[in-house]
Ligand binder design. Structure first.
Ligand SMILES: Nc1nc2c(ncn2[C@@H]2O[C@H](COP(=O)(O)OP(=O)(O)OP(=O)(O)O)[C@@H](O)[C@H]2O)c(=O)[nH]1
Ligand SMILES: [Mg+2]
Length: 259
């Protein structure tokens, strides 16, 4: 059972306290603090939502549903974070959900008025999952400040769908729902730009990839796992151990130690 993730509904229930039915598409909502995630979340889900805490953590959790083309979606509002390298409990929650909750798509909300800073998180999410959509929110504020964003160029550069919104005004939400639908159902297939690191890092990644692929299979993106391991992220090895298989983590740790 190496590398095979447990049944998703069971993982969602046991590890994340989320009850989802097998017909629902699950969307993770990520973004820096204060970019309008909850505004997007509220605009899409209305009153069909409930809030609580992530299991075992004093971090807020909000889940809500919406329907588009008769397809039901479960939207999960993740804590606002600048990164998902798990230096804080919020980052750990966001990373674990994107990695192990296996959402059908991850929506990264960005602030149109400070795009460059916000793109860091989008690039990290794109390293974990191909099913990523970028929502450039606060477009009304950007317009007020005479900030022009070349959305087609951004989409080309990132390799993932980009949707512009002004969520407080309800602008762009139909297009957002349609894009979430198309990516979740597979009509639209993002192909995120992959960052190339220095030759020494790339060589180490290449050395690790076969072993990691053997161990995690398709349960995680092997390149992301290699980069986390090379970064000495021992907490992540523990999470792999917790979420995937008990046999996986130890050989992984040995492979890294051998490099
Ligand atoms: N002008 C404008 N304001 C917005 C827009 N979207 C959200 N806001 C406002 O921005 C502020 C922050 O919005 P939230 O939805 O709470 O942001 P968040 O990302 O959930 O914040 P955290 O959960 O604290 O990380 C609120 O005052 C919103 O009303 C928008 O498109 N335009
Ligand atoms: Mg919020």
């Amino acid at each position: 059972m190496n590398g095979q993730i447990e049944n998703r509904a069971q993982v969602l229930q046991e590890h994340f306290g989320i009850t989802a039915d097998s017909q629902q598409f699950i969307i993770a909502l990520a973004g820096n603090p204060n970019v309008g995630k909850s505004t997007v979340f509220n605009a899409l889900t209305g009153l069909r939502q409930h809030t609580g805490n992530w299991p075992g953590k004093t971090v807020d959790n909000a889940q809500g549903t919406f329907t588009h083309h008769k397809q039901n979606f479960l939207l999960v509002d993740l804590p606002g974070t600048y990164s998902i390298l798990a230096h804080t409990v919020e980052e750990e929650v966001a990373r674990d959900f994107i990695c192990f909750g296996k959402p059908d798509a991850t929506l990264v909300v960005l602030d149109a008025t400070c795009l460059e800073r916000n793109l860091n998180l989008a690039l990290q999410v794109m390293d974990i999952t191909a099913n990523c959509i970028v929502c450039v929110n606060l477009m009304d504020e950007a317009r007020k400040k005479n900030i022009h964003i070349d959305l087609p160029a951004l989409e080309r550069e990132l390799g993932v769908p980009v949707v512009a919104t002004a969520a407080r005004q309800g602008e762009g939400l139909e297009s957002l729902k349609e894009t979430l639908y198309q990516v979740s159902i597979g009509i639209k297939q993002p192909s995120p730009r992959q960052i190339t690191y220095s030759p020494v890092v790339e060589e180490a990644v290449a050395a690790l990839l076969p072993g990691i692929t053997r161990l995690v299979g398709t349960a995680l993106n092997p390149r992301w796992v290699a980069l986390r391991l090379l970064d000495g992220d021992t907490g992540f090895i523990e999470q792999i151990h917790r979420h995937i298989t008990r046999q996986t983590a130890l050989p992984l740790a040995k492979e890294v130690a051998a490099i």
